[in-house]
Write a protein that binds this ligand. Structure first.
Ligand SMILES: Cc1cc2nc3c(=O)[nH]c(=O)nc-3n(C[C@H](O)[C@H](O)[C@H](O)COP(=O)(O)OP(=O)(O)OC[C@H]3O[C@@H](n4cnc5c(N)ncnc54)[C@H](O)[C@@H]3O)c2cc1C
Length: 481
């Protein structure tokens, strides 16, 4: 019997797991897919929001502002890149100015520091590429950017270093209270028992809650589509550029990423299937039209990829549902955690873990490991440092991903760590291999070889992202191994 089972290994589930690992508790994470960060946490805008957008008094407002304040320290502890690059919300006409003022007032109510409205001249001095139509902007110096999947993965690694167990490909189908404990059954019929459940299952969170509580929720999957531009465009904007909400909705954003690319998006479209992560001609066309409001000459010819993420929009409360279900003792929700959920995750982790630990009467551990299984990154080293490293381990000298300069040693480390990669996408999100301009055209065959070698399986069993997504279907010459 476990003390706590967390369902879902997104950034929220992993943050709760890491905070729970500070207590004397047996914690297990059950993830339905093949890896951490397989849901919204792998495909979002990566913005650490300042907190001027959420309704004052809501969970979204409270956790956004607290989470934002925690980001420096959290990212330092986990060795994850984070930049406070400033957010700018741009108004394109005098009619939009009252909306900027509303955001400013709301931000002040939420406790966001340093907000101010800047005029056209100051805006153009800060961001020379902004559209000539821009008349003013709300400036939020606490706005930032991070890498969402790196954050999720390193949070999981650190939780694992402190005793949390992770099991993948375990989609939980039913949750039932028994005499003082909970029984969870997966789609493949495996049974797990636990004293407490934390439901951090993103788009499935209402499905699990509604099995155990009379307070029902509804999650509407809402897709957001993006285009990513090549690193050659990285100096076009320093800040994250939002559009002032107006008659055309919230618009889309243009933002640098911590890796030096530029993202443009997301759209917002209610869809039926929570798994429909494809991009569409309709969505990308809409994104293209909206984004030119901010950046008139946006160079879409520099696009290196498109992607989409699915928001878990809760349609009854329109807020994060956090904490123990009122009529299901020992069942805790982190339900409907849509944006600003990435920003809020560190703060949600602290509060939910404390609530669960108090319920179970658990004490804090005396020691806590700060290990996050980090490795050397060739692209960050000077030639001298690299030469010394290659002397110790020649695999640092074999570059597998040429676009992102990722060595064989880094790829092997990403597979060997505690919550190691088991798929090509798992390597990608841990190292950035395949994320550059050629999008894996060059390195994918080498990644398949290395992954098969590390896992001790034939290449025909290697998948892109688990399930049926096989990379090699068969061999022309079966005898040729
Ligand atoms: C388009 C888009 C843009 C966004 N932009 C931002 C932003 O810029 N800033 C910000 O702060 N937030 C942003 N967000 C929100 C943020 O991404 C989410 O709030 C956050 O990732 C939610 O994390 P999570 O762990 O709750 O959910 P997820 O990351 O979705 O994780 C849930 C996990 O549960 C698993 N699961 C589901 N059902 C089951 C089951 N039955 N059994 C076992 N496992 C299960 C899933 O496979 C998944 O891995 C954005 C979201 C989207 C979609």
């Amino acid at each position: 019997m476990n003390d706590v089972i967390i369902v879902g290994a997104g950034v929220v589930g992993c943050s709760i797991a890491r905070e729970l690992s500070r207590y004397e508790l047996d914690v297990l994470v059950l993830e339905g897919k093949e890896d951490v960060a397989s849901g919204a946490s792998k495909a979002n805008s990566a913005i650490v929001h300042a907190g001027f957008d959420a309704e004052p008094g809501s969970n979204k407002a409270k956790y956004n502002v607290r989470g934002n304040e925690m980001f420096e320290q959290t990212c330092r502890e986990l060795h994850v890149p984070f930049i406070r690059n400033t957010s700018l919300v741009v108004a394109f006409s005098d009619e939009e100015l009252p909306n900027l003022q509303k955001l400013l007032d709301r931000g002040i109510q939420n406790g966001v520091k340093g907000l101010r409205i800047i005029d056209r001249d100051e805006l153009r001095a800060l961001e020379p590429n902004v559209s000539k139509e821009a008349v003013a902007a709300l400036l939020a110096p606490t706005g930032g950017i991070c890498c969402p999947y790196d954050l999720t993965f390193r949070t999981a690694e650190n939780a694992a270093a402190n005793g949390v167990k992770f099991l993948f490909n375990k989609p939980v189908k039913t949750v039932k209270p028994e005499d003082g404990f909970w029984t969870l059954v997966t789609e493949n019929g495996e049974t797990f028992q636990t004293r407490a459940v934390v439901n951090a299952s993103g788009v499935s969170s209402a499905f699990l809650n509604n099995q155990v509580s009379a307070t029902k929720y509804n999650i509407q999957p809402r897709r957001g589509e993006y285009v990513m531009l090549d690193k050659s465009e990285k100096d076009c904007f320093k800040a994250t550029m939002f559009q002032c909400p107006g008659p055309m909705g919230k618009g889309v954003l243009v933002s640098p990423t911590v890796d030096g690319t530029i993202i443009v998006g997301p759209t917002s479209e209610d869809i039926e299937s929570p798994d429909a992560t494809e991009t569409t001609a309709f969505g990308l066309d809409k994104m293209r039209r909206l984004s030119t409001r901010i950046w008139t000459e946006i160079p879409f010819r520099k696009a290196i990829t498109t992607f989409s993420g699915i928001r878990a929009h809760e349609t009854t409360k329109h807020d994060f549902v956090l904490g123990e279900a009122p009529d299901a003792p020992g069942f805790f929700n982190a339900l409907g955690v849509e944006s600003p959920g990435l920003t809020s995750a560190p703060a949600i982790g602290v509060d939910l873990a404390q609530e669960v630990a108090t319920k179970l009467g658990a004490k804090k551990k005396e020691t806590f490991s700060d290990d996050v299984s980090d490795w050397q990154r060739v692209r960050e080293l000077s030639p001298d440092e690299l030469n010394k490293l290659i002397e110790k381990d020649p695999r640092y000298g074999r570059i597998i991903c040429r676009c992102e300069t990722i060595s064989e040693a880094e790829i092997r480390a990403s597979i060997r760590c505690r919550v190691g990669a088991t798929t090509i996408d798992g390597i990608k999100r841990r190292t950035r291999a395949t994320m550059g301009r050629c999008q894996g055209g060059f390195c994918t065959p080498r990644l398949i070889e290395i992954l098969a070698d590390e896992l001790g399986v034939p290449q025909e069993q290697i998948t892109k992202a688990g399930g049926e997504s096989l990379m090699v279907l068969s061999r022309l010459f079966p005898e040729d191994k």
